[in-house]
Design a protein around this ligand. Sequence first.
Ligand code: ADP
Ligand code: MG
Length: 706
Amino acid sequence: MADDVPLADDPLDTPVQYVRGCGPRRAALLAKLDVLTVRDLLFLLPRDVVDLSVATSVEELDADTIHTVRGVVLDTDARSTRGGRILVKSIVETSSGTVRASFFNQRWMLKKLPPGTRVMLTGKPKRYDGAWEFSSPQVQVLEGEPGEPGAEDVGGIEPRYALTEGVNQRGLNMLATRAVEGFGQYICDPLPKAFRDQYGLPHLRDAAANLHAAQTLEDFNAARDRVLFDDLFEFQLGVALRRRLWRSGGKADPLPVSAKIDARIRRLFPFEFTDGQNQAVKEIAADLASEIAMHRLLQADVGAGKTVVALYAMLTAVAHGRQAVLMAPTEVLANQHWATVQHALAHSRVERRLLTGRLTAKKRKDLRARIKSGAVQMVIGTQALIQKGVEIPRLGVAVVDEQHKFGVAQRAAFSAGDRDPHVLVMTATPIPRSLALTQFGDLDVTTVRDLPPGRQPVVTSRVPGPQARQKTWHFIREKLDEGRQLYVICPKVGDASEANGDSDELSASVEATFKELVEGELKGYAVGLVHGRMDADKKDAAMSAFKTGETRVLVSTTVVEVGVDVPNATLMVIQKAESFGLSQLHQLRGRVARGARRGYCFLYTDQTSQTAAERLGVLERTTDGFQIAEADFAQRGPGHVLGTRQSGKSALRVADPQRDRELLEMARRRAFHLVETGSFDLPEWAMVKAEVLDRFGEVLELAKTG
Ligand code: ADP
Ligand code: MG
């Protein structure tokens, strides 16, 4: 390191421009990769690596076995075959002889493999005309200048980074290596040595070196895992601290469920609970009996009967003279819960109210006063429930529906006063374990896997292209004529002027689709329109017209996703189905699985490719929300599916809870063990603790742990 480098308090915080060979110009480019400091560069994770040592020499090749060779392209050309195909041929010179590579119908190989390119070829070679030829091998273009002496004989690991314009692999690797040379000595490892030794973790200094210049794949993997582990470990330590915080913090009132309370609650419902509901209720009752506040996540597929379980917990609170709330992320959903509650409690004297942002100021004020006085026992509402001025002094149970649409902070918002309420969080998007461990990692989890008896799976079909659609419309009109009702769901509000006129293409806009249908396939039927940009009264009017059957068809955006409950509506068309996530499509079709009649869901799409078909095909094949969620998470990532920025993933720096699932489980076990045994409070962990609080103190509301 040069003498004129201004050392930061911690040398690793030194701006990256002071790494030898970097300078301000390159530093500006690195900033685009989020590399601002020396530390960022030291721990920049390569996207992947090429193991150069797997290459064999030409003498060792034999036919029909997979081999890898490494060399420099001497020549590449293309010709047409008699069959009209394009054949690209390359000659590659290795340090032990020349091989050929041939590619059918891959014209782009001409551009990819100009003379001088360093490559690795992997495939099964064959002997032609006295030379080895790889037919359509896997190609890895390597870095390095053409003709560099001896380049083909160097082994080791070549890291591949995500790049930005103006920075190439080689340049970035060189800078990273120089950062290690200049600053590696300043890397101190926050993990106690005994802990590292116990689990065979490399020192952080060695990890930094091996990220960028490992000699073996094993060394690289150990280095990468160390960095990923630290990321996951710190997060799980935060989660474990949070769990300890609420378990040891405020006390809750025990609300034991006596046989009498249990019987009185069950009597309200005209059906037997399913096994899944019984199990959930049992776990919840055990939580409620304790003076450690319940923090439970209830996950169950659409229609599995979560509201019933929520009501059970809420009514238990009421039976003990306490108050209960249910908070939903949208007004539509709050209204839906309200309707369910009203229905279930039709013959009950429980004082209950709906609190949303739509109440007039005066009504809201009155309601607040009645809640504060304790006269109101049960409140259903939106986030208006946790706004300033709402006091629920005798709150015993708080249920938060679709909590992932809120933040972690809002989950805690109810804990006021010296008593904590018991909290139940519900979600209809089944959450894979990897994500449950991050985003909801401090909660206990109950999963309900069964549906109430007699549910028929919704018949789901992908309908690609105009001809298939015509047939489907015919079928739908028949069903409408039998008295059924139909939802048509569109991805966006848009504008009526986007109507497609003569074109066969599907329209994404709800306004345009409405216009097209009224003038076309659904001419003569009473069709309603609803979307989020309409004012509230119009929206209500459209919804209730559909509910009463006055309109037979409701053209809508996803405001109905969790909204209306119309048993007679057994048909659903989803315009441009490919624009939705799988989990969302699954939720949507849950709307037509309400009654005793069979439901039909038609996924309209113009995409005819194999991949598109396979994606939507998941919905044709299964009605298991868990399987669908897994597929969805895999395709789009958890943040997208759950519609939240605060998904476990984004709280992490480099790790991915799904990809790094095993490391996650390991980090979690170790973190929880440390925190639960109290070892984490020993001075040797102070550095790690400071880092954990710095990273997650705010998101996880750990401030109180100090
Ligand atoms: P979720 O909120 O999980 O999507 P709901 O609680 O809204 O499901 O329940 C869906 C429907 O199933 C409601 O009409 C409800 O009355 C009914 N239901 C719930 N539990 C049962 C049960 N055990 N047996 C029969 N019907 C049930
Ligand atoms: Mg529900």
